[in-house]
Ligand binder design. Structure first.
Ligand code: ATP
Length: 137
């Protein structure tokens, strides 16, 4: 099977840069499966897992929103933040989830705080899902 270069980039650093066989991501319009030779495209990504396979090795990252760009020579994921399954601090994500849920239950706050809490909850749940996916490396 032919491979392609996958780069995962955050504002802080180049997180990942290796050849992979296939990639599964969640764009705003739904799930995307990408193999070598995919037509060039750009799509915003949801706060969701990103899974890829290189040989027998499967890896999952928690992607906290951003963009996926398929170029002729590589696939670039530009993410607000990206953590590999076994780098996720589960206690921290649980605490973030509880904090967000408390804020969502507090009806006295304004719309902006509510939206922020919703987004924080999405990030925490994404991290918890990825850390329990078992696809570590
Ligand atoms: P928290 O409220 O715990 O800070 P957050 O969702 O607000 O969570 P972000 O702003 O998305 O955090 O991320 C800030 C930085 O912390 C990023 O570099 C991100 O990779 C890292 N990070 C956040 N939560 C975790 C976690 N549970 N495990 C590992 N790294 C994390």
């Amino acid at each position: 099977m032919s491979t392609f270069l996958l780069e995962i980039v955050t504002p802080e650093r180049l997180v990942f840069s290796e050849q992979v066989d296939r990639l599964k991501a969640t764009g705003i319009d739904g799930e995307l499966g990408i193999l070598a030779g995919h037509i060039p495209m750009v799509t915003p990504l949801k706060v969701a897992p990103l899974a890829f396979q290189a040989g027998k090795q499967r890896t999952t990252y928690a992607i906290q929103g951003g963009f996926l760009e398929v170029r002729a020579d590589k696939v670039v994921v530009l993410a607000d933040s990206a953590e590999k399954a076994n780098d996720i601090d589960v206690d921290r994500a649980r605490a973030a989830k509880e904090r967000a849920e408390r804020r969502l239950n507090n009806r006295s706050q304004d719309h902006t705080d509510f939206r922020r809490a919703e987004l924080a909850l999405q990030r925490a749940m994404n991290r918890l899902k990825v850390s329990s996916s078992g696809e570590n490396r």
